[in-house]
Design a protein around this ligand. Structure first.
Ligand code: MOS
Length: 736
């Protein structure tokens, strides 16, 4: 029965969020709370020679100042510091561990005080003497020192030979600068001292069980001693996948004071966390005159820290999208004196596909082909890297429906040919692709005889709508109105869940709920059969459904027993079941979501102002559970694509190795005035292979391809190709 699945169900947590009833990590109050403030390093590399905390300690209300010298004990092995999603290679960062400085903005002292303002003031009195060492923060200056990592897929054919033999060749370098996540909610932890070394930790995180295990490792605690909660999150975007340093420092503070401690990072301090790595992307495409791609080479050089190797798949997407017998991929990392780079919405694809889809546009221009037509000529129905088909791939429909809605057939291919008054008009398009992942996850259902069900799991809802889709799926699976379902998430003591990320939560959570609901149905049928003169006496499990609060025969709807009767006769007031989903994640098929993004820009050439006046994003992502929250996800991704194309850039002063715009006044993101019409199309994509409900997940696909579509539109409007993002007015007006 699907009463709720597939509808535009409003968020079940919407009221709590808009009324302030939903509490975030820094909003949980307890008696005797002390407050922390972080002192950061102001050099990118070197050693702390001396820390003078005496003036800070003299301030009334200051409780302590922790440094690497006087902090409580922490683990000394890399293994203990590795969280569930830490890079395989490297040595995770340890805050306040020793005298070494690894990046500007590194926490080096924690001031603890009775009030936050006192802690902040006292922090300004901490004096630090450094022994600085030479540093490097500039990717371009260090690109030749980059080394190859194993990440990319294996080459096919002979890309160099095919490139040399091609009729039309395109070679160019593209650049995406470092970007920071900037979630609205600041990173924060409230560590509640429960006595006897037991801790309850309210943390801003995308994975409470990940943080729980991490804290147990770092502080050598028993599992029962640490409980981590994150019921709501004001934006994650990948920044909250790994535990962030504030949770370690807040715990250090609580252990040192034997008292509850809250630590909130400032907006500026959050620029000392992970980021989307600056990446140089080198594309070489060789085609036959008719528009077949014969050679595809993609090399990426991305930033990582000196101490960990963070690498994502930037280069492998081309052969998932386009037929090419010859392909070569190289992924390199450059070690800079910065924090370890991190996942940010569709990591790898957002950057790699920007470059690929810009290069495809340039190839279409060289071939004198319509950009959509080129993509259709190269269209691949197989993942050529693994030589397997897709579970489903409705990308052709994305191109068709997106182009229709946009009015693409009215495009004059000539650059600078379209105008609206004094503005140049440009139309561009690009393809998007992301993975359709699914993970093991467990859920618990507690059904009470009054027909109410509580569904729970340790998963976090990072704002994507997990509470709502779990309620929808549970309501359908249990045959109850959605008002009778409550969902509990974000508590490490609840059933096992992965971190929320990678767009895998919708498929994982929905199947966890369906799997455990099946157990509830079994139990209800067992009870229903025992009701005197049961109309379901001979029924098998496969013959009954739960609908309208009843266990009902599929063949004859008049044969039914209400849930209330079944439970009352069985003298059962609660049914409690817990179970994990299982997926067939074999390698027989590729699992991906796809999109076609079409963008219109209007450009005042004299002022260099670019407006993105229209975007149509046609998305094929399997079955859509909730049209409302799904649409929100895609709109959010498109807005971020606008930011990536035109605004976002973390600017470094390489002489000092420091970020110059560590605030959202100078780190530009799109505001309301930058966002015009955005139309989201969900292309019908039945998928009976990927999982029983045909769900793929769509938290990330919305951003992929959008920046390229806008950059391609800017070229169409102006005849000018800006390959280094963001496309700012100085670049638009600079000499070619
Ligand atoms: Mo997402 S970058 O997996 O939170």
């Amino acid at each position: 029965m699907t009463t709720y699945i597939g509808t535009a169900t409003p968020r079940v947590d919407g009221r709590a969020k808009v009324t302030g009833a939903a509490k975030y990590a820094a909003e949980f109050n307890v008696d005797g709370l002390a407050f922390g403030y972080v002192v950061e390093a102001t050099i990118p590399k070197g050693r702390i020679v001396r820390i003078d905390t005496s003036a800070a300690l003299r301030v009334e209300g200051v409780l302590d100042v922790l440094t690497h010298r006087n902090r409580p004990r922490m683990a000394d092995t890399d293994e203990a510091w590795k969280d569930d999603v830490a890079p395989e290679t490297g040595s995770p960062f340890r805050p306040l561990y020793d005298d070494k400085i690894k990046f500007s903005g590194q926490p080096i002292a924690l001031v603890l005080a009775e009030e936050w303002e006192i802690a902040r003031y006292a922090a300004s009195l901490v004096r630090i003497e450094y022994a600085a060492e030479p540093h490097v923060t500039d990717l371009y200056a260090h690109r030749d020192a980059a080394f190859v990592v194993e990440k990319p897929v294996k080459p096919r054919g002979d890309a160099a030979k095919a490139y040399a033999a091609a009729d039309v060749r395109h070679e160019a370098e593209y650049f995406i600068p470092t970007e920071h996540h900037n979630p609205m909610e600041l990173f924060a932890s409230t560590v509640v001292w429960d006595g006897g070394g037991k801790l309850t930790v309210y943390d801003k995180t995308q994975g409470v069980q990940n943080v729980q295990r991490y804290l147990c490792g770092v502080f050598n605690k028993e599992s029962d001693d640490v409980r981590v909660l994150s019921p709501f999150m004001g934006g994650g975007f990948g920044a909250g996948l790994r535990p962030q340093y504030q949770v370690v420092l807040a715990t250090l503070g609580a252990l040192a004071l034997e008292r509850s401690v809250r630590l909130v990072l400032t907006r500026q301090q959050m620029y000392g966390l992970g980021f989307r790595p600056a990446t140089i992307e080198k594309l070489k495409l060789g085609a036959k005159a008719g528009g077949t791609l014969d050679s595809l080479s993609h090399e990426a050089i991305a930033v990582t820290s000196q101490f960990e190797e963070f690498a994502r798949n930037d280069t492998g997407w081309g052969a998932l999208l386009y037929k090419s017998a010859n392909a070569n991929y190289v992924h390199k990392l450059a070690r800079l004196d910065v924090p370890t780079s991190a996942d940010m919405r569709a990591p790898g694809a957002t950057t790699g596909v920007y470059a690929l889809e810009s290069a495809m546009d340039e190839l279409a221009v060289a071939l004198k082909l319509d950009p959509v037509e080129l993509r259709l000529r190269c269209y691949s129905d197989r993942d050529q890297n693994e030589d397997v088909p897709y579970t489903s791939k409705q990308l052709r429909e994305c191109y068709r429906q997106g182009a229709d809605a946009f009015g693409w057939d009215k495009r004059n291919p000539e650059p600078r040919s379209m105008r609206d008054g004094s503005e140049l008009v440009g139309w561009g398009m690009a393809t998007g692709i992301w993975e359709a992942l699914q993970m093991p996850m467990a859920a618990r259902i507690v059904l009470t005889a009054n027909g109410h069900a509580e569904v729970s799991s340790a998963a976090s809802d990072i704002g994507t709508g997990t509470y709502t889709i779990m309620a929808q799926v549970a309501a359908d699976a249990l045959g109850l109105p959605i008002e009778n379902i409550s969902v509990k998430l974000g508590d490490s003591t609840l059933p096992q869940s992965p971190v929320e990320g990678g767009s895998w939560m919708a498929a994982s959570a929905a199947h966890a709920v369906v799997t455990v609901a099946e157990e509830v149905r079994k139990e209800l049928l067992r009870l229903a059969k025992k009701v005197p003169d049961s109309p379901l006496a001979g029924a098998k499990l496969a013959d009954v459904v739960l609908t309208d609060g009843r266990i009902t025969s599929k063949k004859d709807a008049s044969r039914a027993v209400s849930i209330a009767d079944a439970m009352r006769h069985g003298a059962v007031d609660r049914i409690v079941k817990e179970k994990a989903n299982t997926f067939k994640n074999d390698s027989s098929h590729a699992r991906n979501t796809h999109a076609a993004a079409f963008a219109e820009v209007k450009i005042d050439e004299q002022l260099g102002i670019i407006r993105v006046t229209r975007v149509v994003d046609a998305v094929a992502a399997g079955r859509v559970l909730n049209l409302k929250t799904a649409r929100s996800q895609i709109i959010g991704g498109v807005v971020w694509g606008i930011g990536m194309a035109l605004h976002e850039e973390t600017a470094y002063d390489h002489k000092f190795g420091r970020i110059m715009n560590a605030n959202i006044a100078e780190y530009h993101v799109p505001v309301n005035a930058d966002v015009h019409d955005i139309e989201v199309i969900f292309v019908d994509e039945p998928d009976e292979i990927i999982n029983p409900l045909g769900i793929k997940g769509l938290g990330e696909i919305g951003i992929v391809g959008v920046a390229a579509a806008i950059a391609n539109a800017v070229y169409h409007a102006t005849g000018k190709r800006v390959r280094d993002l963001p496309i700012t007015l100085d670049k638009l007006t600079r000499a070619a």
